[in-house]
Design a protein around this ligand. Structure first.
Ligand code: FES
Length: 183
């Protein structure tokens, strides 16, 4: 019987054999038909997204209907069925950020990158997501990029922020770590 794997082990297994990683994820949840959401969350955490082809395999292993899995992935906004771009931008649409103009920030990012809300830019560089309160409302409107926080982002400064992100992506490749950015 396959042992329960830690998240890090799943990442390693995914690189070697994606199918075995899916098997291990279903196994982690004891192939329990009530575990559809946790199984799909583990798949997204491991692979970055839930590919439609994966659903058939999960269905075979868990006994959960493929149509049910598909309904869950398409219903909940936390799931994505396409790979994310090089950079993940999350725009907070919680109350404070909404009042501070989050909608205009989202629109400016869509305009600058060509990404649709919940989608990836045509050049594959940016994926844009709407999220609930990120917990730093005093900095509204807030966005995170690759888990780094940017506060008081004005729509007309989005271009500058995106440029900085591109620079950081290069820095990260060189091992640089950033902090919390306030405009
Ligand atoms: S509402 Fe945006 S950080 Fe709280």
């Amino acid at each position: 019987m396959m042992k329960t794997m830690a998240v890090e082990e799943l990442q390693v297994l995914k690189e070697k054999n994606p199918l075995l990683a899916i098997d291990a994820i279903v196994q982690r949840h004891n192939a329990d038909p009530g575990s559809a959401i946790p199984i799909l969350q583990d798949i997204q955490n491991t692979f970055g997204y839930v590919a439609p082809e994966v659903l058939q395999r999960v269905s075979e292993l868990s006994g959960i209907l493929e149509s049910e899995l598909y309904s869950i992935v398409t219903f909940y906004s936390q799931f994505r069925m396409e790979p994310i771009g090089e950079n993940l931008i999350q725009v907070c649409h919680g109350t404070a950020c909404h009042l501070a103009g989050a909608e205009r920030v989202s629109e400016a990012i869509m305009h600058e990158t060509g990404a649709k809300d919940g989608g990836t830019s045509p050049d594959g560089k940016f994926t844009l997501e709407k999220v609930a309160c990120l917990g730093c409302c005093s900095l509204a409107p807030v966005i995170t990029v690759n888990e780094e926080t940017y506060g008081r982002v004005a729509p007309n400064e989005v271009g500058k922020v995106l440029k900085e992100i591109n620079g950081q992506t290069e820095d990260k490749k060189a091992g640089c770590k950033g902090g919390c950015h306030h405009e």
